[in-house]
Design a protein around this ligand. Structure first.
Ligand SMILES: NC(=O)c1ccc[n+]([C@@H]2O[C@H](COP(=O)([O-])OP(=O)(O)OC[C@H]3O[C@@H](n4cnc5c(N)ncnc54)[C@H](OP(=O)(O)O)[C@@H]3O)[C@@H](O)[C@H]2O)c1
Length: 260
């Protein structure tokens, strides 16, 4: 028996598609047939990714988005829907990290992490969610066969890690935000789930793995390895599939067993 997930006819918005996990998520969704809106601040990188996706026969569009700017969120989502059609899938992926002991955290460090990872993710999901709800209620044009919101949290939202306490707090909030949205929006056919990656080699942490300290950290991991962005594909696809309509409010760890 084989199992395929076909996202033809679906439109997906991926925030933070300019690098790392977001770029991989966008390529994977496009390969499954979805039209993909690539969002982030580094537009040139998004354009390069769009060319790659189109070169592979996919459909992609670029929108500029700063998730810390509410007006930017509203205009990016509106622009996305004008260009590609109503959004069926949101991969709420934009995020930043910051390393300090708790006693050293300055208000600007706190705001940097929280404004992007928690507040930004909330208002992106709210803007997309409101539009999905309006379609579900027949108050906005466009057919609606169910929405999928995948919030990219982290194993750090499940298990506290040293020197990135504020990051851990921001991702724990994303996990509870996911549950709150699942509770309120499930009745409209919108499924909201959280994906909690473990250590994956991307720009957010690449330098770390080249250092002695980073290598020592890898040696402490259950299978003494870090992941690659494509290691999350299978979970992403499951959460975005039309067939996953019974999965709502789930918090799924893909961390090689780190946070158990
Ligand atoms: N890599 C890991 O080990 C790991 C583990 C657990 C969770 N995560 C989470 O996975 C997500 C992706 O991280 P990554 O590893 O792929 O890191 P990354 O390569 O640094 O990507 C982060 C993305 O977030 C976007 N972003 C940051 N600030 C933004 C803003 N104000 N507005 C819009 N977009 C913004 C960036 O795009 P622009 O700069 O172009 O705006 C970038 O594309 C993050 O939420 C991260 O916390 C990563």
């Amino acid at each position: 028996m084989s199992y395929t997930i076909d996202l033809s006819g679906r439109v997906a918005l991926v925030t933070g598609a300019s690098s790392g996990l977001g770029a991989q998520f966008a390529k994977t969704l496009a390969a499954a047939g979805a039209g993909v809106v690539l969002a982030g601040r580094r537009v040139e990188r998004l354009k390069t990714l769009r060319a790659e996706i189109e070169g592979n026969g996919g459909d992609a569009h670029v929108v500029e988005l700063d998730v810390t700017d509410h007006a930017s969120i509203k205009s990016a989502v509106a622009h996305a829907e004008t260009e590609m059609g109503t959004i069926d899938i949101l991969v709420n992926n934009s995020g930043v990290g910051s390393t300090q002991r708790l006693t050293e955290v300055m208000p600007e460090d706190y705001d940097f992490v929280m404004n992007t990872n928690t507040k930004g993710a909330f208002f992106v999901a709210q803007e997309v969610g409101k539009r999905m709800i309006a379609r579900a209620q027949g108050e906005a044009p466009g057919t609606f066969i169910g929405g999928r919101i995948v919030n990219i949290a982290s194993m750090a939202g499940v298990r506290v890690l040293g020197q990135i306490g504020v990051y851990c707090m921001s991702k724990a909030a994303v996990i509870h935000m996911t549950r709150a949205m699942a509770l309120e929006w499930g009745r409209y056919g919108i499924n909201v789930n959280a994906l909690c990656p473990g250590y994956i080699d991307t720009e957010i942490n690449h330098h770390q793995w080249t250092t002695e300290k980073g290598q020592k950290l890898i040696a402490t991991l259950p299978r003494k390895r870090i992941g690659q962005p494509q290691d999350l594909d299978v979970v992403l696809m499951m959460l975005c599939a039309n067939e996953s309509h019974f999965v709502n409010g789930a918090v799924i760890q893909a961390d090689d067993g780190f946070a158990v």
